[in-house]
Design a protein around this ligand. Structure first.
Ligand SMILES: *Cc1c(COP(=O)(O)O)cnc(C)c1O
Length: 413
């Protein structure tokens, strides 16, 4: 089928929750191809999902082997892949005594975190969760309520009780939101959907101290920044803090659906049989995919590559930003979770880049989010920079009337 045939079919049989333009049919590494055979550099990576690139041979082999051996068994039975993956995540989390629960998506992982916090607080009269404005935690009823953005909540009331909002990177505002019924603070180390905004260096450590002082939990949503995306296994590791528990999904299975809760000592033993469950959570197949991801990140030293390529990319983006100070405000992010912050809507730039063969993602209105795979090469980043420079030069004239704005280049950390 060609793109217009696929689009026609989709229009007829799928709910209009998305508005795609390109039909992708194949991927390899950093490249994807559309139905007409056009090639793109994929700097979206399924929104921080395909962190080791498309169809990595190691993952293909792991999934092919496992699919022919055992796909699914109920969690009423052991399956060795699950504790092996839990061990791998627990060890890399740095949280002493950490244990995992596996599910299927980011929203589901955050639902689990919320349930864990509520269960922990149930005998203390603590159930309320403080989340941040501009955050993103998912689309289920509880997680869209946790999400501090009116646009995802509008039309879906009444919303579940027990969520209050504070301002990201504003300790006083979190402090003001904590009351005797507060169970936890839930935060992203870097707000992805919110516009690629890293936590300030002092914010997470101060939150940790505040939560300790108040005797409440610190929960971190690592769905987008986890699994090496920021150049460390988990985003909070840039800040020298340990949360009580955190959630994972997106990059964990490199596209094979899997999510997880990882909980430190205080919470690891809380869930007992009957408290929480999911049919598909942690199947042999999903865990094999995720185990391959962990192996590849380690063996190919992709944390180091993400840091190095991230720094190289930021340098190039800052040069471009310096040429367009009138409408490019800033480059920010961590590792390979980067944002080109514009003073104008980012969608026209996203579209122009797509025409040139680079997939990137407009977010929060004016931010172009760039998420190449962690094994991206220097040559691929150079190619992307060339296309971004071209697209920006083309847009420059159209935007010449904008007011000046000084460039404030530099990454968060
Ligand atoms: C994408 C995302 C989610 C939701 O994950 P789903 O798998 O779409 O449910 C939650 N939190 C963050 C930070 C995300 O980026």
């Amino acid at each position: 089928m060609n793109t217009s045939e696929i689009a026609e079919l989709q229009k007829r049989y799928l709910m209009s929750t998305y508005a795609p333009g390109v039909a992708l049919v194949e991927g390899a590494g950093t490249c994807v191809w559309d139905a007409e055979g056009n090639e793109y550099l994929d700097f979206v990576s399924g929104v921080a999902v395909t962190n080791i690139g498309h169809c990595h041979p190691r993952m293909v082999r792991a999934v092919q082997d496992q699919v022919a051996t055992l796909v699914h068994v109920s969690n009423l039975y052991y399956n060795e892949k699950q504790p092996l993956l839990a061990k791998a995540l627990s060890e890399r989390s740095g949280l002493p005594g950490a244990k995992c629960f596996f599910c299927n998506s980011g929203a589901e992982a955050n639902e689990g975190l919320i349930k864990l916090a509520r269960l922990w607080g149930s005998d203390k009269g603590r159930y309320e969760i403080v989340t941040m404005r501009q955050s993103f935690h998912g689309r289920t009823l509880a997680t869209l309520t946790a999400t501090g953005q009116e646009k995802v909540q509008k039309g879906f009331g009444p919303l579940p009780e027990g969520f209050v909002y504070a301002n990201f990177n504003d300790l006083q505002s979190v402090q003001d939101a904590i009351v005797s019924k507060t169970a936890a603070v839930l935060v992203e180390a870097l707000q992805g959907e919110g516009g690629v905004i890293p936590a300030d260096p002092a914010f997470l450590p101060a939150l940790r101290r505040l939560c300790d002082e108040k005797g409440i939990l610190l929960l971190v949503d690592e769905v987008q920044c986890g699994m090496g995306r920021t150049g460390k296994w988990f985003g909070f590791q840039h800040y020298g803090v340990q949360p009580d528990a955190f959630s994972l999904a997106k990059g964990l299975g490199n596209g094979f659906p899997i999510g997880a809760i990882v909980a430190g000592e205080a919470l690891a033993g809380l869930f007992q049989p009957g408290h929480h469950a999911t049919t598909f959570g942690g199947t042999p197949l999903a865990c094999s995919a995720a185990l391959a991801v962990v192996d590849v990140i380690e063996e190919e030293q992709l944390l180091a590559n993400a840091m190095m390529m991230g720094a190289f990319f930021v340098e190039g983006l800052c040069e471009i930003a310096a040429r367009h100070k009138k409408w490019i405000a800033q480059v920010r992010g961590l590792g390979l979770l980067l944002g080109l912050v514009l003073d104008v809507p980012a969608l026209p730039l996203q579209k122009r880049l797509q025409e040139k063969g680079l997939l990137a993602l407009a977010t929060a209105g004016n931010v172009l989010r760039l998420l190449p795979p962690l094994n991206v090469s220097r040559e691929e980043i150079e190619q992307a920079l060339k296309l971004i420079a071209e697209a920006c030069a083309e847009l420059h004239d159209e935007l010449a009337a904008q007011s000046p704005n000084p460039c404030q280049c530099g990454v968060g950390q």
